[in-house]
Design a binder for this molecule. Structure first.
Ligand SMILES: [Zn+2]
Length: 324
């Protein structure tokens, strides 16, 4: 009997070890991607960024590119909205059809990551925290004809249209304040609710780049952006402590011109040179291949989330997962 009860105890322990925590497929697989606007790879590597360093120490950091194939079918302007759209859809401008920041007519035939996640399982909580309203209403196309019938479950955006709470000033202090507000809301919501997929978009760095070019004010804005990443990372760590498996991706949408650092939009090496930092240790060979591009983020996050895009959508993606 003693032996039998030990055997039973052993079985119980064995089953306990196969609880969700030890069983990767059963734990929630969440992701948050953070886009810091307009920070060239050489700048992020030169400025002190302790939060990004901590995230990269858990996973990795690598240079990446935007702009598609130089001179080819997929060449895409190194402009903000085309960059966001390449991240969101894993396609370049020849498909997603966003080539500038205004007067857009996105081709919603190429599904964005939120549409894929919501179509796969509408019960998964999706969230957008953004200093630019159009990211949700135009690029993601929530509620638009042809963009799919789905809802972002939690949206924090549009503050740039609230000129009472955030009066516009020529030095873009209001954008700094909105970035702080968006970050605070993102960190609070992630810590409390653990949404399946979140996008945090922060703009202030690009405004400082345009205004000052390379130099102290721009680098200070990059450090402030890193501190915001740190607040979101702290929220993620609280969810990890609950046994959830989180993938954090931090990236940018374009570099800046080599001469002044004020402009972007062209196809010079520095405008095309971006970067990706992630906490996931499950990195594959693509991550350090030197071939990493912004279109690789969506397939990587979907793989992490155990979500399979419809074949007709997956077939059109120009990126590949950088996970093992
Ligand atoms: Zn930008």
């Amino acid at each position: 009997m003693r032996h039998l009860s030990h055997l039973a105890l052993g079985l119980v322990l064995l089953l306990a070890c196969r609880s969700p925590r030890a069983h990767p497929a059963n734990v929630p697989h969440n992701a948050v991607f953070i886009l810091l606007d307009g920070i060239p790879a050489d700048v992020i590597e030169q400025v002190d960024t302790p939060a990004l360093d901590e995230i990269a120490a858990a996973g990795g950091y690598a240079r990446a590119s935007v702009g598609g194939a130089l001179g080819g079918r997929t060449e895409t302007p190194t402009i903000s909205a085309p960059g966001y759209m390449s991240l969101l859809t894993a396609t370049w401008a020849d498909k997603h059809n966003v080539r500038g920041n205004s007067n857009q007519s996105p081709n919603y035939r190429y599904w964005n990551i939120f549409r894929v996640v919501e179509s796969f399982d509408a019960s998964r909580v999706t969230a957008v925290f953004s200093t630019w309203l159009d990211n949700r209403t135009v690029l993601i196309g929530e509620g638009r004809p042809g963009a799919g019938v789905f809802t972002i479950d939690h949206a924090v955006d549009g503050f740039e249209r609230d000129t009472v709470a955030f009066p516009h000033d020529p030095k873009s202090e209001y954008i700094r304040a909105i970035d702080d507000r968006v970050t605070a809301d993102a960190a609070a919501f992630i810590a409390a609710k653990g949404p399946a997929l979140s996008w945090v978009y922060l703009q202030h760095t690009d405004d400082m780049g345009h205004a000052h070019g390379d130099g102290a004010p721009f680098y200070a804005a990059v450090q402030q952006a890193d501190a915001r990443v740190g607040r979101i990372w702290e929220a993620v760590k609280r969810r990890q402590a609950l046994g959830e498996d989180w993938m954090v991706v931090v990236t940018t949408d374009h570099g800046r011109d080599a001469r002044t650092g004020k402009g972007h939009g062209g196809q010079s090496p520095r405008e095309r040179a971006t970067w990706i930092a992630t906490n996931t240790p499950r990195l594959g060979a693509l991550f350090t291949s030197g071939q990493l591009a912004i279109v690789d983020i969506m397939p990587s996050i979907l793989q992490h989330m155990h979500i399979v895009a419809p074949p007709a959508v997956a077939r059109e993606m120009e990126g590949r997962s950088f996970l093992r």
